[in-house]
Structure formats: structure tokens, C-alpha cells
Write a protein that binds this ligand. Sequence first.
Ligand SMILES: Cc1ncc(COP(=O)(O)O)c(C=O)c1O
Length: 380
Amino acid sequence: MEVYADHAATTPVKQAVIEKMMEIYATHFGNPSSIHSKGRDARRYLDEARRTVAKTFNAKPNEVIFTSGATESNNLAIKGIAYDQMNKGQHIITTKIEHHSVLHVFEQLEKEGFDVTYLNVDKSGMVDLEQLRRAITEETILVSIMFVNNEIGTVQPMYDIDEIMAQSNAYFHVDAVQAVGHLDIDFQEFHIDAMSITAHKFGGPKGVGALLLKTQTPLKFQQLGGEQEAKRRAGTENLAQIVGLAEALQISNQHRDEHNIHLMNLKNLFLVTLQERSVPFELNGSMIDTTGHIVNLYLPFIDVETMLTLLDLSNIYVSSGSACTAGTTTPSHVLQAMYGDDDRAKHSIRFSFNEQTTEQEIKYIAMEIHKIYHKFKEEA
Ligand SMILES: Cc1ncc(COP(=O)(O)O)c(C=O)c1O
């Protein structure tokens, strides 16, 4: 058996998405900025994709800026707002568990003179709301908090955070990458000014994403050139990928509730099977306020690299955390922030699933972990 259990790193592209993209490549290849028929034909597909994305999040079509993925969206939102607003204040806030495409931008801004608050999280990965409340001052221009963490699946208390943000003048950016296809996100209802998404986490292609930006949100553009994306992001739009993103978004939201139930059942089954087999483990994070698609386990009997290699030999493909740190020995900054414990971070593995993952696959993974545990116990 072969099991791909690294869906938080990237998902396989859905067949319907591939077909839609092939059609664009083959037939609708015009430049959406050209005024001849082929250009106007391409423009129609671009406009339709934009309307689909906007509708999914209850946003307006002109609030959607297509990008090359969430790394670009995060960079554009954070630098774009910070540089634009730096005359009004120099204080910016984020959390210690953001994806590196957010954290490294904040670190860079800190070096440039911005004053940064990195919010703590508790052992379930929840941000400290009191700290957020206290941290915001007249000087605060931007707050960036992720919706769902990519290593442990924790869902932040977005309504509480939103209430705090509603009382502040600071702009609010949300990295919603891991929430899409799992949670219902209403861009109008929340006081979110900017929100990042990326197609390859919900069955779309890599290298395409979007930044949703409320109409009044100021932004210093980071990429200069043509007038694409209403002058906010220069460069010819990657039409086939953008249409693929819109198609994947529609499909991933079609049976979302059923999929969420399926994923929570898989998560339970995984943990119960490991327990039944007396494999020593602890769940990183908690079983409540998480998405079903990510399960991060502390397996004290084995280090990450050995476990990843042995699982790979059993044709099980997983990661040690965020894909950016996978393959290196750097312990996860997320687990460090949660537990303050390097050792735990060096013995933790992220399993992540999608709606196609089966119970048989989950049992297979649990049984292989059980075998590895026994091998190690006997050798010890
Ligand atoms: C939470 C989160 N933010 C941002 C990114 C970066 O997205 P992209 O690969 O599209 O640049 C990822 C991908 O791993 C992610 O999980």
C-alpha cells in the first residue's frame, strides 16, 4: 500500500481542475490585457475566476488580487500595509506560530526599525487574546494572525480576535491558507482587511494564489510594471492556473461538511488505533478547535529523521512540520512556541489527510508505526 499523508504540504491536483486548465492552455491562451478577440476571450475567463473566488468568500470581485501563491500574498499584504502606514505608527503584531512567509517578513521589518510584538500561544496552539488586547496601541498599524496552523491544525478563535480588531485602527491580515476547504470564511463579516490563500492546498495547482483586499485598505505595491490586477500586482496573469484555482475552490467547498466529518473520524480512528496497539504518543495541540486534516504526534521513542525514513520505506509520505523546514533538523518553531521544548519538537511528526484518505490507509499508517515502535523497543 502507498499512502500520501502530507496534504498540508500540498494536495494532488483534482482531475476536473487539470481538464479545465488544459482547456485554457489549448484554447483560451490570449493575454487578458490584449484588446483583440483572443485577449477578450481570456479576460472573460479571468473575470469569471475572480467572481468565483469573490463569491466563495462573500467578497467583491475587485477585492481579489491574483498572485503566485500565499508566500507572495503574505509578503504583499504585510510589507504593502506596513510601508504604506509607517508614517502613522511603527508597531506591528503577529504570532510566534505563523508560517515562515509571515514570520520572516516580520523579522525583516523588525531589522528595518519596526517594533514587533510576537504573540504567545498556549499548549493547544491558541493565541493569547489578553496579550493581543494589551499589545494594541495607537502606534499599532498592522496585526497578522493565521486562521489555521499548518503544523498542528489549531483553529484560532477568529470571532474573538475579530472583536478585538474591530475596536482598533490597525489593519488586520489573515493567512487563511489551511482554512480553505475546511471552514466557512465570510470576508465581509469579519474585520479582516487582507487575506491570503493558495490553490495547491485545496486540489489546485502550485504557484497560484490570491490576496483578498478590502477596497479601502491602503497598500504599497511590491511589484511594479504593467497595470494588471487593477494596478496592484504587475505581471501577466497566469490564466490557466487562476482558472484552476477557481475550479478547485468550487469543488473543495461542495461537500465541505461531509468531508470535515470524515476527516475528524479519521483523526479519531488514527489515535484510537495507536492507543489500542499501546504505541506511546501524545497529540500536539488538542482535539477541540482543530481541523480534521492535520494530526501532529509526539512519538518519544524515535527522532523525526529516522521516523520519516522508515515510513518512507513503508511507502507512507509525511512531514516533520512545515514543508519549508522538512528535510532539515531545525526543530519546529510552532512546537517550540507551544511547549518550549526542543526535544519534543525533534520527535514530532505531522500527518495530514484529505477527503480521499481512507480508513484502510489510516490503519495501515498506525500499524506501520506500531511495527517501528516494536522494532525500536526490541533493539533498546
Ligand atoms: C499557513 C501557510 N501559509 C503560507 C504558505 C505558503 O504558501 P505557498 O506555498 O503558496 O507560497 C503555506 C504553505 O505551506 C502555509 O501552510
